[in-house]
Each structure stands twice: as structure tokens, then as C-alpha cells.
Ligand binder design. Structure first.
Ligand code: CA
Length: 228
């Protein structure tokens, strides 16, 4: 049975998360303090994934994450209560695998835990070729050797998905990362850009369907990207 470590100081939230995880067949252990998390991880306990609240009584989840990353590659999902924290997580400077902003659905969190564990435990054997090549200087992406003719949003969405193939991004996460004023747009705008993006990818490779829809969760991409 896979063990999940939860660091959350609010008992009401922790209880619903533990219930959702156990319903999905996980074993969960919860602590309220950052130093307890460090001790648990350093103590040789075999946890498969860490769910980490950013605002803890004795520490900040970001600092804790940096400390943990010095000795562990454990997948980390942040729980965050503030929008300004999302900017740092989305910027991926932290080394987290995903985040949920409060209030969130514990069932969705449990679903994301499953997706991440599946991804990290079945890391695809490396292939020598990349379907996608990102040219930062020209702000273009090519697919099977052909440059895609993309709008700004399509380009940014595709780049985001390619940062972490197989990772599921919610519509809100895509908007947070790509839109300059996400609050003024509707989530279905993301669907519209994904749709046109798929059409353009299909023109080049009719057999491929690299962008996947995960019902109720969001989108992911499969395929490898390299930089030119
Ligand atoms: Ca908290």
C-alpha cells in the first residue's frame, strides 16, 4: 500500500484529505509542523508522495520544499491559500509537481495524487527523438520537423504542457501560467485554444493525438520536447 505524507495544520482540511486518500486505497500520515515532515522523511519512512501546505505554524512550505529537495526526489503537491503563492509555484522555481488552491476538492486532490504516482513510477524509457522542438529565440515550436503556425496563446499553452509531459494541468492552472489577466477570462477560452492547437498538430501528423483530455481535471501532453 502506498503511503502519502500530509503536512497540514488545519484539522478540518486534513481530515477530508485523509478520507479521500483512504477511499482511493492510500495510507495517509498527517503532521501539522514542518519539522515533523522533515523528521518523517529523513527517518527512512517510505512515503510515495508528499502533500504540503504552504502556510505552516513553524515554517513556510516553500523553504521546506527546498530543504527536502536536497535529499529527496519525492513528488510534492502544494496546498495553497493565496493567489500570490500560485505565481511562485507556476513559475516552477520551487520544484513541486503540482498544486491545489484552497478551497479545493479532496477527491480531485486524490485523483491528482494517482496521476502523479502513475507518471513518476512509470517514467517512460528514453527515446532518442523528440517530436517537439522549442526554439526560444524565434518563439516557435516545431512538430515532427515542421514549424507550427501558432497564435500567442496556442504557443504559450503548448510550451507549458511540454514543460512536464504527462502532467495534468487544470484549466485554471493553464490560465494562471499563460494569461496576463486570468481573472478576466473564462476557463472555456482554454478549451477553444486547445481545440485549434489540436487541429494544427493533426495537420502535420493525422495519426497523433498528443494532447489528452482528463475529464474533470484538465489537459496533459504526451511526447518529448527538446530545445533547438
Ligand atoms: Ca495552513
Amino acid at each position: 500500500m502506498q503511503k502519502i505524507l500530509l503536512i497540514e495544520d488545519e484539522s478540518a482540511i486534513a481530515d477530508t484529505v485523509i478520507y479521500a486518500l483512504e477511499t482511493e486505497g492510500f495510507q495517509a500520515r498527517r503532521y501539522s509542523l514542518g519539522r515533523e515532515a522533515l523528521a518523517a522523511l529523513q527517518g527512512g519512512n517510505q512515503y510515495s508522495l508528499l502533500i504540503l501546505d504552504v502556510g505552516l505554524p513553524d515554517s513556510n512550505g516553500f523553504d521546506l520544499c527546498k530543504q527536502i529537495r536536497r535529499f529527496s526526489e519525492i513528488p510534492i503537491i502544494f496546498l495553497t491559500a493565496r493567489n500570490e503563492e500560485i505565481d511562485r509555484i507556476v513559475g516552477l522555481e520551487i520544484g513541486a509537481d503540482d498544486y491545489m488552491s484552497k478551497p479545493f476538492s479532496p477527491r480531485e486532490l486524490a485523483a491528482r495524487v494517482k496521476v502523479i504516482l502513475k507518471r513518476t513510477q512509470s517514467q517512460a524509457p528514453t527515446q532518442s527523438t523528440s517530436e517537439f522542438v522549442i526554439d526560444e529565440a524565434r518563439a516557435t515550436i516545431s512538430y515532427f520537423g515542421q514549424t507550427l503556425n501558432l497564435t500567442r496563446y496556442e504557443l504559450l499553452i503548448l510550451k507549458l504542457l511540454l514543460q512536464q509531459p504527462e502532467r495534468v494541468y487544470s484549466r485554471q492552472q493553464i490560465m494562471d501560467a499563460v494569461w496576463s489577466e486570468p481573472e478576466t477570462s473564462l476557463e472555456r477560452a482554454v478549451d477553444t485554444h486547445i481545440k485549434t492547437l489540436r487541429t494544427k498538430l493533426k495537420e502535420i501528423n493525422p495519426e497523433g493525438e498528443p494532447i489528452k483530455t482528463h475529464r474533470g481535471l484538465g489537459y496533459s501532453i504526451s511526447g518529448r520536447a527538446s530545445e533547438s
